[in-house]
Design a protein. Structure first.
Length: 156
Protein backbone atom coordinates (compact mmCIF):
# COMPACT_ATOMS: atom_id res chain seq x y z
CA UNK A 1 0.00 0.00 0.00
CA UNK A 2 1.28 3.50 -0.81
CA UNK A 3 0.58 6.23 1.71
CA UNK A 4 2.18 9.67 1.64
CA UNK A 5 4.85 8.42 -0.79
CA UNK A 6 5.82 5.58 1.55
CA UNK A 7 5.46 1.87 0.98
CA UNK A 8 3.66 0.09 3.84
CA UNK A 9 3.22 -3.65 4.32
CA UNK A 10 1.30 -5.55 6.95
CA UNK A 11 3.01 -8.54 8.55
CA UNK A 12 1.09 -11.20 10.44
CA UNK A 13 3.20 -13.34 12.76
CA UNK A 14 2.77 -16.01 15.42
CA UNK A 15 4.15 -15.75 18.96
CA UNK A 16 7.82 -14.93 19.00
CA UNK A 17 10.21 -16.74 21.31
CA UNK A 18 12.38 -16.92 23.34
CA UNK A 19 10.50 -14.25 25.22
CA UNK A 20 6.96 -15.61 24.91
CA UNK A 21 7.70 -19.33 24.89
CA UNK A 22 9.50 -19.40 28.21
CA UNK A 23 6.57 -17.75 29.98
CA UNK A 24 3.97 -19.94 28.36
CA UNK A 25 3.29 -22.64 31.03
CA UNK A 26 1.09 -20.61 33.48
CA UNK A 27 -0.09 -17.81 31.29
CA UNK A 28 -2.02 -20.43 29.38
CA UNK A 29 0.86 -22.81 28.66
CA UNK A 30 3.98 -22.43 30.89
CA UNK A 31 4.47 -21.21 34.47
CA UNK A 32 6.45 -18.07 34.90
CA UNK A 33 8.73 -20.24 37.02
CA UNK A 34 10.01 -22.09 33.96
CA UNK A 35 13.45 -20.54 34.23
CA UNK A 36 15.08 -21.43 37.52
CA UNK A 37 18.74 -21.36 38.36
CA UNK A 38 19.89 -24.88 39.32
CA UNK A 39 21.61 -23.68 42.51
CA UNK A 40 18.42 -21.99 43.76
CA UNK A 41 16.79 -25.31 44.60
CA UNK A 42 13.56 -24.03 43.07
CA UNK A 43 13.07 -26.74 40.45
CA UNK A 44 9.46 -27.89 40.54
CA UNK A 45 8.69 -31.58 40.91
CA UNK A 46 5.78 -31.09 38.54
CA UNK A 47 4.68 -28.48 36.04
CA UNK A 48 1.02 -27.74 35.43
CA UNK A 49 0.04 -27.34 31.78
CA UNK A 50 -3.43 -26.11 30.87
CA UNK A 51 -5.61 -28.33 28.69
CA UNK A 52 -5.01 -31.71 27.13
CA UNK A 53 -1.78 -30.75 25.36
CA UNK A 54 -3.33 -31.57 21.98
CA UNK A 55 -3.74 -28.00 20.68
CA UNK A 56 -1.09 -27.01 18.16
CA UNK A 57 0.91 -23.77 18.07
CA UNK A 58 3.60 -22.29 15.87
CA UNK A 59 6.50 -20.36 17.43
CA UNK A 60 8.91 -18.07 15.59
CA UNK A 61 12.33 -17.17 16.99
CA UNK A 62 12.79 -13.42 17.40
CA UNK A 63 15.99 -13.50 15.29
CA UNK A 64 14.09 -15.16 12.44
CA UNK A 65 11.39 -12.48 12.69
CA UNK A 66 14.06 -9.79 12.43
CA UNK A 67 15.63 -11.54 9.42
CA UNK A 68 12.27 -11.87 7.65
CA UNK A 69 11.40 -8.24 8.44
CA UNK A 70 14.59 -6.95 6.80
CA UNK A 71 13.94 -9.09 3.73
CA UNK A 72 10.37 -7.81 3.50
CA UNK A 73 11.40 -4.17 3.91
CA UNK A 74 13.80 -4.59 1.00
CA UNK A 75 11.86 -6.87 -1.34
CA UNK A 76 8.12 -6.94 -0.61
CA UNK A 77 5.82 -4.34 -2.16
CA UNK A 78 2.56 -6.24 -2.50
CA UNK A 79 -0.43 -4.45 -0.95
CA UNK A 80 -1.63 -7.73 0.63
CA UNK A 81 -0.54 -8.77 4.10
CA UNK A 82 2.21 -11.36 4.41
CA UNK A 83 2.53 -14.09 7.02
CA UNK A 84 5.79 -14.67 8.87
CA UNK A 85 6.23 -17.94 10.73
CA UNK A 86 7.99 -21.27 10.57
CA UNK A 87 5.34 -23.30 8.76
CA UNK A 88 5.48 -26.05 11.39
CA UNK A 89 3.57 -26.34 14.61
CA UNK A 90 3.99 -28.26 17.84
CA UNK A 91 1.38 -29.69 20.15
CA UNK A 92 1.33 -27.98 23.53
CA UNK A 93 2.49 -31.32 24.94
CA UNK A 94 5.53 -31.34 22.59
CA UNK A 95 6.27 -27.74 23.48
CA UNK A 96 6.02 -28.44 27.23
CA UNK A 97 8.19 -31.58 26.93
CA UNK A 98 10.86 -29.67 25.00
CA UNK A 99 11.06 -26.91 27.59
CA UNK A 100 10.88 -29.39 30.49
CA UNK A 101 13.70 -31.53 29.03
CA UNK A 102 15.95 -28.48 28.72
CA UNK A 103 15.02 -26.46 31.81
CA UNK A 104 13.93 -28.98 34.46
CA UNK A 105 14.31 -32.54 33.18
CA UNK A 106 13.37 -34.15 36.52
CA UNK A 107 9.91 -32.55 36.63
CA UNK A 108 6.69 -34.27 35.63
CA UNK A 109 4.16 -32.61 33.35
CA UNK A 110 0.60 -32.53 34.68
CA UNK A 111 -2.12 -31.63 32.19
CA UNK A 112 -5.10 -29.86 33.75
CA UNK A 113 -7.90 -30.97 31.46
CA UNK A 114 -10.38 -28.73 33.29
CA UNK A 115 -8.66 -25.79 31.56
CA UNK A 116 -9.41 -25.01 27.91
CA UNK A 117 -7.17 -26.01 25.02
CA UNK A 118 -8.15 -22.95 23.01
CA UNK A 119 -8.11 -23.00 19.24
CA UNK A 120 -7.13 -26.50 18.04
CA UNK A 121 -4.50 -25.26 15.56
CA UNK A 122 -2.89 -21.97 14.61
CA UNK A 123 -0.66 -22.36 11.57
CA UNK A 124 0.11 -19.67 8.99
CA UNK A 125 0.32 -20.07 5.21
CA UNK A 126 3.87 -18.99 4.36
CA UNK A 127 3.71 -19.40 0.59
CA UNK A 128 4.26 -15.69 -0.19
CA UNK A 129 7.26 -15.49 2.12
CA UNK A 130 8.67 -18.80 0.86
CA UNK A 131 8.37 -17.52 -2.72
CA UNK A 132 10.74 -14.71 -1.74
CA UNK A 133 13.27 -17.36 -0.75
CA UNK A 134 13.03 -16.94 3.03
CA UNK A 135 13.17 -19.85 5.48
CA UNK A 136 13.51 -19.78 9.28
CA UNK A 137 16.90 -20.80 10.64
CA UNK A 138 16.31 -21.43 14.35
CA UNK A 139 14.31 -24.43 15.55
CA UNK A 140 12.20 -24.23 18.69
CA UNK A 141 14.47 -26.65 20.55
CA UNK A 142 17.65 -24.80 19.57
CA UNK A 143 16.15 -21.44 20.51
CA UNK A 144 15.06 -22.67 23.95
CA UNK A 145 18.48 -24.27 24.60
CA UNK A 146 20.33 -21.09 23.60
CA UNK A 147 18.01 -18.90 25.66
CA UNK A 148 18.34 -21.06 28.76
CA UNK A 149 22.13 -21.22 28.39
CA UNK A 150 22.21 -17.42 28.10
CA UNK A 151 19.92 -17.08 31.14
CA UNK A 152 22.17 -19.31 33.25
CA UNK A 153 25.23 -17.30 32.22
CA UNK A 154 23.47 -14.09 33.37
CA UNK A 155 22.53 -15.43 36.80
CA UNK A 156 25.97 -16.71 37.84
Amino acid sequence: MRYFFCHLSSVIRHPVFPSSALCYLSSGLFPSSVIRHPSSGLYPSSVLVWGTGNARREFLHVDDLADASVLLMNRYEDPEHINVGVGLDLTIKELAETVKDIVFPEANLVFDQTKPDGTPQKLLDLSRLSNLGWQPKITFSRGIKETYTWYLSQTQ
